[in-house]
Write a protein that binds this ligand. Structure first.
Ligand code: 5RP
Length: 293
């Protein structure tokens, strides 16, 4: 028998329609609750955007400049990141388990920088992602490269496993050295990634036509920073990406190779979430750099 309920009057809110919770994340309305919840940890509800800190470079190029000591470089930046993208080895060895920032775990690998990079395979199981409490998994997609089909197989296999566990997949559009990084290429590659099931797609910014890349990708598009630029240029690229419809950044070298990584990540976040102009973001970077000297 249920306990007797002595409330004199209950309110059943009969006139209040049940809210359609939908999702603040692009394309996610029909996903299962766990998938939405994990994406919701990465993309802020207030803006629908994210600042993901990418420190997974070691999985193919070893101790990258700025990341020689992950345990020293990464933890100070975590309070300013919406998500951390890293390998499982980096996370287990160099990131405190008390971390509250969601993690996006690199799940593909294989060739080193010395070999044909497109020859990747899946490099971890979803069981291990669950053990790590991953909020998403990342896999590289090599459209137009020698091992294009294998990389698509990696993506679709990971998406199937991720769907079973409620873990979203970030497809990282890799560009071969010989390829033109233009909007036409990225429209093709990002759309393929989304239609093959990726819940988030990451690609590079293009000076021409990036708005068409963002508008034709039905899931959130986040931009990689690419090689280190002068800080103001990196902030300009961030601003233009957001203005053209990107829903965040997944940025590495332009943060951790800066002379003030903490200043840069705050400046980038100020643009992504705070609507800062490039000038104001640059001032924030400079002020933080000066104050931390
Ligand atoms: C490596 C990656 C990196 O995470 C990505 O390139 C982001 O880093 P950066 O801003 O340094 O380009 O996916 O394959």
């Amino acid at each position: 028998m249920p306990e007797e309920d002595f409330a004199p009057q209950k309110n059943y809110f009969e006139d209040v329609p049940v809210a359609d919770r939908g999702s603040h994340i692009r394309g996610a309305s029909s996903y299962d609750w766990g998938m939405k919840n994990r994406l919701g940890r990465i993309f802020r509800e207030a803006t629908g955007r994210t600042v993901m800190l990418a420190v997974d470079h070691g999985y193919f190029q070893g101790p990258t400049t700025g990341l020689e000591r992950l345990d020293l470089a990464v933890p100070p930046l975590l309070p300013f990141a919406d998500a951390l993208m890293a390998t499982r080895g980096a996370i287990r060895t160099s990131v405190p388990a008390s971390l509250t920032c969601p993690i996006v775990v690199r799940a593909s690998g294989g060739p080193s920088v010395l070999r044909e990079l497109s020859d990747e395979r899946l490099a971890m199981s979803v069981d291990d992602a669950v053990r790590l409490n991953a909020s998403a998994l990342a896999v590289q997609l090599f459209i137009g490269s020698e091992h294009e089909t294998q990389s698509i197989k990696n993506l679709t296999t990971l998406v199937d496993a991720g769907m079973a566990a409620g873990i979203p997949v970030v497809a990282v559009i890799a560009v071969g050295r010989e390829m033109v990084r233009d909007a036409r290429y990225f429209r093709l590659a990002t759309r393929m990634a989304a239609e093959l099931g990726a819940q988030v797609v990451k690609c590079y910014y293009t000076d021409e036509g990036f708005a068409s890349v963002a508008s034709t990708c039905p899931v959130p598009l986040v931009v990689a920073g690419g090689k280190k630029l002068p800080e103001r240029e990196a902030l300009e690229m961030t601003y233009r990406s957001m203005d053209a419809g990107a829903l965040g950044v997944d940025m590495g070298r332009n943060i951790f190779q800066s002379d003030s990584p903490i200043g840069m990540i705050q400046a980038v976040s100020g643009i992504v979430h705070g609507g800062l102009s490039v000038d104001d973001a640059f001032t924030l970077y400079e002020d933080t750099r000066t104050s931390l000297k």
